[in-house]
Design a protein around this ligand. Structure first.
Ligand code: UD1
Ligand code: UDP
Length: 374
């Protein structure tokens, strides 16, 4: 009998990081039968990824509501997942990361007495308020999970220090790097095309690509980030492209403070392949995204991270990422240093990627196989 795995995800980053794993297990039909349930905690930006990886879910719970609160999305998810587990009876549930879908998926699996595999396990800031609510989500998911796929030795060490038995923790690399290397290489060798018309970019200006969406920055933090971007955009020879996250708490300040500003292009969230293509064209990335700061090193790009604390210290230690928080002056000063100092720029960009080598999905598949066939 094949092993029935249930992939549970709902947001853009979970989809980007789980689709390569799903594809890998789907190819191993002698061992695995795969089922996909999306909560659709995100709708449009989840669908963009499903299309890019040509994944059609078996079950789509279609749970996103505009302006949903944490109370609303988590309570609806738990209720909607009960019949999914009852009907599919999986041997293993696979969740990724630290979102509401991750925690509710793991909890629902626990209630159904189904073992859980956690992809991108062991990230920690040890501060429950930063990032909020993600730190709590991943700590609780880690407590529930039976099998932990850590991207790096540091993340694996965190789990072991929390008492997770060593044989349940596998260092696999981050499956997001499988995705970005696949797209990067496809764009380079011409087997993939972004389909984008980039003629709105000015070739004489260096490109800063920005993304930001963290809950702990809503309100004053976003105001300061936007003021910093206005100041950076009037430096000579700079242009900014900012695909704006659909969360209304992001859309409102960003549109109010940045729409129509010179050298700032606010655009809709991009499909995954065009977004990787945009990052390739960038001189510098400024972001609070977990995924973007992991992908940047694979593209040789320095990254300023709009956060005070990180659960991804490896690229900071390697020198390719610098934490700058949401202080307006600090963002402007640190970006200025990188724009003005070519040697610093080259040092930051020339780092190998500590988060993965493109083989994470193969390692995850092998670990699941040995866990379930023992
Ligand atoms: C969520 C995750 C966060 C992750 C981020 C990735 C939680 C608590 N937060 O944050 O960890 O880093 O996704 O992007 O799980 N919306 C749309 N269309 C979409 C997606 C969102 O309109 O395709 C709007 C809706 O109004 C929705 C709101 O954004 O209610 C918030 O979405 P939600 O998933 O609750 O939080 P995010 O801020 O996206
Ligand atoms: N991304 C994308 N289109 C965009 C912006 C980001 O495809 O317009 C990708 C990006 O390459 C990365 C992922 O989305 O793989 C990051 O998602 P997000 O920032 O929403 O979440 P986080 O990683 O912070 O949880």
């Amino acid at each position: 009998m094949p092993i029935r795995t249930l992939f549970l995800f709902g947001t853009r980053p979970e989809a980007i990081k789980l689709c390569p794993v799903l594809r890998r297990l789907q190819a191993e039909t002698d061992v695995f039968e795969t089922k996909v349930c999306v909560t659709a905690q995100h709708r449009q930006i989840l669908d963009q990824v499903l299309q890019a990886f040509q994944v059609v879910p078996d079950i789509d719970l279609n749970l996103m509501r505009p302006g949903q609160t944490l109370f609303q999305s988590s309570s609806r998810m738990i209720a909607a997942l009960e019949p999914v587990f009852r009907d599919l009876k999986p041997d293993l549930a696979i969740v990724q990361g630290d979102t509401t879908t991750t925690l509710c998926g793991a909890l629902a699996a626990f209630y159904a007495r189904v073992p859980v595999g956690h992809v991108e396990a062991g990230l920690r800031t040890w501060d429950m308020a930063q990032p909020f609510p993600e730190e709590m989500n991943r700590v609780l998911t880690g407590r529930i999970a039976d099998l932990h796929f850590a991207a790096t030795p540091w993340a694996a060490g965190n789990l072991r220090r929390e008492g997770v038995p060593a044989e349940r923790v596998h260092v696999t690399g981050n499956s997001g790097i499988d995705a970005v290397l696949y797209v990067r290489d496809g764009l380079v060798n011409g087997t993939l095309a972004s389909g984008m018309d980039w003629s709105f970019l000015n070739p004489a200006r260096r490109l800063i690509v920005v993304t930001a969406h963290r809950r702990e920055s809503f309100g004053p933090g976003f105001e300061r980030i936007c003021q910093a971007l206005r100041r950076l955009a009037i430096r000579p020879g700079v242009q900014i492209v900012y695909p704006v996250h659909p969360n209304p708490n992001v859309q409102d300040p960003v549109n109010r403070l940045l729409a129509g500003q010179p050298n700032i292009h606010l655009i809709a969230p991009l499909d995954y392949i065009p977004f990787v293509d945009l990052m390739r064209r960038a001189y510098l990335l400024i972001t609070d995204s977990g995924g973007v700061q992991e992908e940047g090193p694979s593209l040789g790009k320095p990254i300023l991270v709009l956060r005070e604390k990180t659960e991804r210290p490896e690229a900071v230690e390697a020198g390719t990422v610098k934490l700058v928080g949401t202080d307006e002056d600090r963002i402007v000063a640190e970006a200025g240093k990188i724009l003005d100092d070519e040697k610093l720029y080259e040092r930051m960009g020339a780092v190998h990627n500590p988060y993965g080598d493109g083989q994470a999905s193969a390692r995850i598949s092998a670990a699941i196989r040995s866990f379930l066939t023992k």
